[in-house]
Design a protein around this ligand. Structure first.
Ligand SMILES: O=C(O)CCC(=O)C(=O)O
Ligand SMILES: [Fe+2]
Length: 378
């Protein structure tokens, strides 16, 4: 989510839920195993809304600094499979563009065994972002989503500042409704778009990331994605070679200060960190190189003069933001689940809807950490 562009103006416990607007589109009947949400709804209980358990809350819990962990990418296992796309054998797959993005129907993520999940990790690494339609994912228990699903792909990240469901800090929530209690804020900017990859200030930023919506406006609130692999390939060989010598400071300080200044929930659960990562990174499964900079968290190229660093970073931010020929825009449909590889794909929320007229948008992200970014120069 566009983490610096959200603010909380009052505790979510007082959230007034909007009644469904009559023109809202009908959602398909639920077919999977029903989870008893009321059991876990806690302070956010709302019998009208089946996803009350996932409404945003804040508490005062704080966490110590993250420690390194050894990430074994499940996608590596799929390299050994004879047919690494076996899990898609009964699915309909269409590429969103020739080299970036895919849209898949006819496979239930909840039904994938370990082998299928390994293949999924490789597939998402290859396509950058994949939409899975008509899933029963949203109606699984939060424990299943986190422990069974998310933890399979890596250690679950707890966001330092964002809201989470009452008893489940490992979800990062996206939320906007007419009560204005939890809002994207861009009144002092032309646009809501903030291209970023998530929490790149961490020593081990996320890899395979899952985002899904519980509720959304009938139209609007699409999510935009950009391929940092294709963006890298567009650069001239000599510029690429130079960029491969550089490292960048990524910082969580502004995000924490924004929260401390009374925005969002005013929460800083873990003290902010800064980490230095290669400007170009290698994906451990595909071996592909990708630009690894984003305007939200990258701050400074190590060892360059300020003007040099600013000029190169701004050039790359512009390149990523403007390259419609290596971007896709995902239109959410009820029960869609989107997976992206945060190592090689950046994204931006698109706030083109007004919740008072168009309805609530409520989603959750599961964010497993991956390896420390590295570059194989050859
Ligand atoms: O709300 C969205 O479309 C994207 C939110 C986002 O940036 C995230 O979940 O990481
Ligand atoms: Fe994000």
């Amino acid at each position: 989510m566009s983490t610096i562009t959200q603010t909380i103006t009052e505790p979510l416990r007082t959230l007034q839920l909007r009644s469904e607007s009559p023109e809202k589109t009908e959602k398909p009947a639920f077919k999977g195993t029903k989870y008893d949400h009321d059991k876990d709804a806690g302070g956010a209980k709302d019998s009208e809304y089946p996803y009350a358990w996932a409404l945003p809350t804040f508490n005062n819990t704080t966490y110590p600094p993250l420690t390194p962990y050894e990430h074994k990418d499940p996608g590596l296992e799929a390299l050994k499979h004879e047919n690494p796309r076996e899990f898609l054998q009964n699915a309909q797959v269409s590429d969103l563009t020739p080299r970036f993005g895919a849209d898949v129907s006819g496979v239930q993520l909840t039904q994938l065994d370990a082998r299928g999940r390994q293949q999924l990790a490789k597939f998402v690494a290859e396509r950058g972002i994949v939409v899975f339609r008509d899933q029963d994912f949203q109606d699984q228990s939060p424990e299943w989503m986190l422990q069974d699903w998310g933890s399979f792909f890596g250690r679950l990240h707890i966001h330092p500042t964002s809201a989470h469901p009452l008893n489940h800090p490992e979800f990062h929530l996206v939320y906007r409704d007419m009560s204005k209690t939890f809002n994207y804020e861009f009144t002092d900017r032309f646009t809501s778009s903030v291209w970023h990859s998530d929490v790149t200030y961490e020593e081990q930023p996320p890899g395979l990331t899952t985002l899904f919506l519980f509720d959304s406006p009938a139209s609007g609130g699409d999510t935009a994605y950009v391929s940092q692999v294709e963006a890298y390939k567009r650069l001239s060989p000599s510029f690429r070679a130079y960029l491969e010598t550089l490292e960048v400071v990524h910082s969580g300080v502004e995000q924490a200060n924004f929260s401390r200044a009374g925005n969002r929930g005013g929460t800083v659960r873990r003290e902010p960190v800064e980490n230095v990562h290669p400007l170009v990174r290698t994906h451990p499964v595909t071996g592909e190189k990708a630009l690894f900079v984003n305007k939200q968290f990258s701050r400074r190229i190590v060892g360059l003069k300020q003007e040099e660093s600013d000029a190169i970073l701004n050039l790359l931010y512009d390149h990523l933001a403007k390259g419609v020929d290596f971007q896709v825009r995902v239109k959410w449909t009820p029960r869609a689940v989107v997976l992206w590889d945060n190592r090689i794909t950046a994204h931006s929320a698109i706030v083109d809807f007004d919740s008072a007229q168009d309805g609530r948008r409520h989603g959750a992200r599961i964010t497993p950490q991956a390896e420390r970014p590295f570059l194989n120069k050859n």
